[in-house]
Design a protein around this ligand. Structure first.
Ligand SMILES: Nc1ncnc2c1ncn2[C@@H]1O[C@H](COP(=O)(O)OP(=O)(O)OP(=O)(O)O)[C@@H](O)[C@H]1O
Length: 243
């Protein structure tokens, strides 16, 4: 589903991603962790073309993202993204937020679109909020709407960029529960940047540890949490464990 080959990414002179080689198979749930500024967001944002790469090859769902001829709309149809700050439209209802992209991009039949949107709201526990504006919801509820909105496009792959970092602690569990259910009940590929180690342990098939723009460890979840082979990953784990 996703393949990075010798990928380099620069912001001006700053070398943000260094020699990234990574393959993620369809259906895998992969968690990306690492210290602040290590390049996790940058990496995940390259996967749906929000950030360009300068060198190497990045294949997503068979499309070459480094080829200027590649139509990004085709990729974004199949690769959804959930952001830290939700990015919902406040001038539209919750239901409209979910129905918008399938209507505009997929030209989905209006009745079918509504039924699917309501079913998704049900799935994230917010059917009763369908006619509210997002501004009337809590952060955790907004994030669950944002997840439902991404699912409405029926993507093959869903990217999560620190989806719980902006939430009050009591909201985090509900959002993680929804994400866990999606990982377990669907065959979607999921790539998740998070600081939630409990989530990583419980849900990820693999854990990738980044520091200074490099991938320092790419292990099965079990191995990563029992005995990471990289020293910095070990240190990072012991630090987060102490918090
Ligand atoms: N648009 C940009 N222009 C210049 N530098 C950037 C830009 N975006 C990110 N960077 C730099 O790239 C590095 C990696 O940033 P990135 O946001 O990918 O890290 P991260 O691992 O996701 O961090 P955090 O956990 O704090 O979100 C940082 O040093 C950051 O300052």
């Amino acid at each position: 589903m996703i393949e990075f080959k010798d990928v380099e990414k620069y912001y001006g002179d700053f070398h943000a991603l260094k020699d990234i080689n990574l393959t993620i198979d369809a259906g895998e749930t992969v968690v990306l962790i690492g210290p602040s500024g290590s390049g996790k967001s940058t990496l995940i944002r390259t996967v749906n073309g929000l950030e360009e790469i300068q060198e190497g090859q990045l294949l997503v769902d068979g499309f070459d993202l480094h080829d200027p001829k590649t139509d990004m709309n085709k990729i974004r149809k199949n690769v959804g993204m959930v952001f830290q700050h939700f990015n919902l439209y406040n001038n539209k209802t919750v239901l409209e937020n979910i129905m918008l992209a399938p209507r505009l991009v997929l030209k989905r039949d209006e009745e079918e679109n509504k039924q699917l949107a309501m079913a998704l709201l049900e799935r994230v526990g917010l059917a009763d909020k369908a006619n509210n504006r997002p501004s009337a919801l809590s952060g955790g509820q907004k994030q669950r709407v944002a997840i439902a909105r991404s699912l409405a496009m029926k993507p093959k792959c869903l990217l999560f960029d620190e989806p719980t970092s902006a939430l009050d602690p009591e909201m985090i569990g509900d959002v993680l529960r929804v994400m866990k259910e999606i990982a377990e009940d669907s065959d979607m590929t999921m790539l998740v940047v998070t600081h939630e180690m409990g989530f990583a342990k419980a849900v990820a098939d693999r854990v990738i540890f980044m520091a200074d723009g490099q991938i320092l460890e790419d292990s099965s979840t079990e191995q990563f949490f029992q005995e990471p082979s990289n020293e910095r990953a070990k240190k990072f784990l012991s630090q987060v464990a102490n918090h």
